[in-house]
Design a protein around this ligand. Structure first.
Ligand code: PFF
Length: 518
């Protein structure tokens, strides 16, 4: 396929459908399949849908539009797009890119586990004691320490995942990323609908759905439930990571941005709810087999749900092998289309700043990120490190990023009216002033309350009884790494001419925007 290049020489998606599929590919990921069902269940079941919808409407969609507006108007990856908006905000772009880099390092490890389990599903190799198999035989989890003992069963698929990521990114926007999404996303939806239909016909499925959807209204009074809803939406929609800025920058100049955004947001949430239904119908079956209730089952969240509880259910299920193979194939497809969005964002930012060709920077970034990923996560201490880095990156890193973005755009540099005009000039779904109220007031207020509460609990209570030195290294160390990385990358001079000198389209006659570039 020939590359699609816009009037300004920038590579573009070949159509809006290509863009939407790629953006859905980024959004629909491991977060939808193993994170959402457990979070919803823990946070009030059916009642969770209320904070979830509030988070989607007050922060999710508005910040998605903000990412799109910045990327589409300034036609660059996050650091350069922010710099073109207002020079000093480049650092925020790097903060988001380094944070994405950290996420990719561990996200790849979970995809690698899914690759192993895809193979194991053919002969149900995990045996009857699935917990012992996962943490003992497979991951060989040890104490919280820094181990250098490599686990080959993790290292080999992990290296393969990184090679695949490198190849797709190096092939570019149209031939690599878009093509993979055009194949994987429809396939993923079909495979997943098949899984859900099968799950719904299992005995006990109805009890599983009752467990998920029976509302516990008292949960609404609990701040942590609201926090869970907001962090789920951020991670799930891939917003405030700089990644959607990058994806929007590859969209053609005349492109209906807000309508695409609505399609992406609703596709992502629908997939999330579908995953909730599939997972809980399956758990209902498990409870039915064990003559107990879903509430009595353990291991309903995070990696344990997919890699311990699901294999146990698959053992019991008639036709379990096919179910297992399709389930792990779905995890791989969902995860892979998300990780390539992250790596494309990082590689394209490096390419713009250092004047490297896109292929060269794809190779450089994948090799560096892949090496760190294999070194840290294929050892016997991988699972604990992964969980700790995830806590800090998702609960602190991304929330700081979103608050900073809202305050800088709306209050410090006052670009929200301009960005609203941009969205309305190119899109059919017009955004009203409500959008500015959401990104300028509602979202930052909610997010600040969340951040303070989370900081308090991590500082006062630590995390999972892990030793302080360990939390310092992998938890706070993650945040320090992102801050230092962002500062260094901002200070390095741009290669060649300052690309901040740029004339945005369409012209909206905004004086502040013109002055900012001088
Ligand atoms: N949205 C992805 C998921 O739900 O699994 C994860 C993700 C992708 C987060 C891309 C951040 C990102 F930039």
């Amino acid at each position: 396929m020939a590359k699609n290049v816009g009037a300004d020489g920038r590579e573009t998606w070949s159509s809006s459908t290509g863009f939407i599929l790629a953006a859905v590919g980024s959004a629909v990921g491991l977060g939808n399949i193993w994170r959402f069902p457990g979070v919803a269940y823990d946070s009030g079941g059916g009642a969770f849908l209320i904070p979830y919808l509030c988070a989607l409407l007050t922060a999710g969609i508005p910040i998605l539009f903000l990412d799109y507006a910045i990327g589409h108007r300034y036609r660059a990856t996050a650091p350069l797009a922010y710099r073109r908006m207002a020079k000093k905000t480049e650092a925020l772009g790097w903060f988001q890119i380094v944070l994405s880099f950290v996420i990719a390092v561990y996200y790849a490890a979970v995809i690698a586990w899914a690759c192993s389990y895809f193979v194991y599903a053919f002969d149900l190799r995990w045996g009857q004691d699935t917990l012992n198999f996962f943490v003992g035989e497979y991951l060989q989890v040890g104490d919280p320490e820094i181990s250098t003992t490599i686990v080959p069963a993790v290292a080999i698929p992990l290296v393969l995942v990184w090679i695949a990521v490198l190849v797709v990114i190096a092939l570019g926007v149209t031939n690599g990323v878009q093509r993979i999404n055009v194949i994987f996303i429809p396939l993923l939806f079909i495979a997943f609908i098949g899984l859900v239909l099968r799950a719904l016909t299992l005995p006990g499925a109805a009890e599983g759905l009752n467990a998920l959807f029976t509302p516990d209204w008292s949960a609404l009074a609990d701040l942590s439930v609201w926090i869970a809803a907001y962090s789920q939406i951020f991670f799930s929609l891939s917003i405030a990571f700089g990644i959607m800025v990058t994806y929007a920058s590859f969209q053609k100049r005349k492109a209906n941005m807000t309508s695409s955004g609505l399609v992406v947001a609703f596709a992502n949430s629908s997939f999330e709810i579908l995953a909730g239904i599939g997972v809980f119908a399956t758990l209902g079956f498990m409870a039915h087999q064990a003559s107990t209730s879903v509430g009595e089952l353990e291991g309903l969240t995070g990696p344990i749900l997919s890699f311990v509880t699901f294999p146990a259910v698959i053992n019991e299920m008639p036709g379990g092998t096919i179910f297992g193979v399709v389930f792990f194939a779905s995890l791989i497809m969902a995860g892979f289309t998300s990780i390539i969005s992250i790596l494309l964002g990082v590689a394209a930012s490096v390419s713009e700043k250092f004047g490297l060709s896109s292929t060269m920077s794809a190779i450089l970034v994948s090799v560096i990120c892949g090496t760190i990923s294999v070194t840290l996560f294929s050892t016997t201490s991988g699972l604990l490190a992964l969980d700790t880095v995830d806590q800090w990156a998702n609960n602190i890193g991304i929330v700081v990023s979103a608050i900073a973005m809202a305050i800088l755009v709306v209050w410090v540099y006052r670009r929200s009216e301009l960005l609203r005009s941009h969205l309305n000039a190119v899109s059919t779904f017009k955004v009203g002033r409500w959008w500015i109220a959401m990104i300028g007031i509602v979202a930052p207020v909610f997010l600040s309350i969340m951040l303070i509460d989370k900081l308090r609990s991590l500082i006062m209570d630590g995390y999972e009884d892990l030793p302080q030195w360990y939390l310092g290294l992998f938890g706070w160390g993650t945040i320090a790494f992102v801050l230092v990385g962002a500062a260094i990358l901002t200070m390095i001079p741009w290669n060649g001419r300052d690309k901040a000198d740029f004339t945005p389209w369409p012209p909206l006659g905004d004086r502040a925007e013109e002055e900012a570039r001088r």
